[in-house]
Design a protein. Structure first.
Length: 294
């Protein structure tokens, strides 16, 4: 069998996790393009220089030109732009696997752009944090080419893929509705525990959570979820705007989701608090920063 030619578009947290898994299953080089690669000091550029098995493209066109599989893992606000740029050079019958966290409407628009070229668009919804399992994470595939894509990518290490629906948009809808809970919980924990720490009652709040939802180490989980907001709040806010669009398409006013957009954006501005260790130290650092920037 001819080795697939893989182009990985986007080299942030998700792209880097996918690259790590792909390396173990593809003998040929993986070509990477990220719009931040033009800056040699950017995080994607620094990460790429540490891995000789990856080839940096000089442009989107160079990355996708001869690819048999294009994997798009950009931020939500760049999903349609990435599809548009790729469509100018992508080959006919290439599979375009879109892992971006966007609304069904945005995903379908990206599909229309790609499919005009004769390429096969497949939507993918990652249904767990990417870090623990990497390329083996549970991923829902959707669209008329989902089944064929599943066979193709399982051989590359995507062992958690599930053919969800032949209808484009359904997998993305599942992802967006999940994000209402996950990103919303991050926002709620941030608000609750920052206030609780200020009043000196955070331990009581966490104990009460264990009474209501037992089986979790709530101090550990809270620190993890708040840290994720601090580190990725900007990206999460972009995703939650897509979530809000998804809800509006269902005639549901996205009151909670739009509030989550604001809290996630706020969290990103306090990223420097991540240098702390325990939950209480983290909360103190964020509160201190918030007081200085209020």
């Amino acid at each position: 069998m001819t080795a697939p030619r893989v182009a990985l578009i986007g080299f942030g947290e998700v792209g880097q996790a996918l690259a790590q898994g792909l390396r173990a299953n593809i003998a040929s080089s993986i070509v990477v393009w990220d719009r931040l690669l033009v800056d040699p000091t950017s995080a994607p550029s620094r990460a790429l220089t540490q891995d000789a098995s990856l080839t940096a493209a000089k442009s989107m066109a160079e990355a996708v030109l001869d690819a048999t599989l294009v994997i798009s893992a950009v931020t939500a606000d760049q999903c349609l732009q990435a599809a548009t740029e790729a469509s100018r050079s992508i080959g006919r019958d290439c599979t375009y696997l879109d892992l971006n966290s966007v609304s069904p409407a945005t995903k379908c628009e990206a599909a229309r752009v790609v499919q005009r070229t004769g390429a096969h668009f497949v939507e993918a919804a990652v249904m767990s944090p990417i870090a623990p399992q990497g390329i083996a994470s549970p991923i829902l595939l959707g669209g008329p080419h989902a089944a064929a894509c599943a066979s193709q990518v399982r051989n590359l290490g995507f062992v958690g893929v599930d053919v969800f629906s032949p209808t484009l948009g359904r997998a993305s809808a599942a992802k967006m509705c999940r994000s209402v809970i996950i990103k919303g919980l991050e926002a709620l924990l941030t608000e609750s525990l920052l206030a609780a720490r200020h009043h000196g009652v955070e331990k009581s709040v966490l104990r009460s959570l264990d009474d209501l939802l037992p089986g979790h180490d709530w101090p550990l989980l809270a620190r993890y979820m708040i840290s994720r907001s601090l580190l990725h709040g900007t990206r999460r806010a972009e995703e939650m705007r897509e979530v809000s669009s998804t809800l509006r398409q269902a005639n549901i006013d996205p009151h909670m989701s739009m509030a989550t957009v604001e809290r996630q954006s706020w969290a990103a501005r306090h990223r420097s608090a991540l240098g702390t260790t325990g939950l209480e130290e983290l909360l103190d650092a964020v509160n201190d920063l918030s007081g200085r920037t209020a």
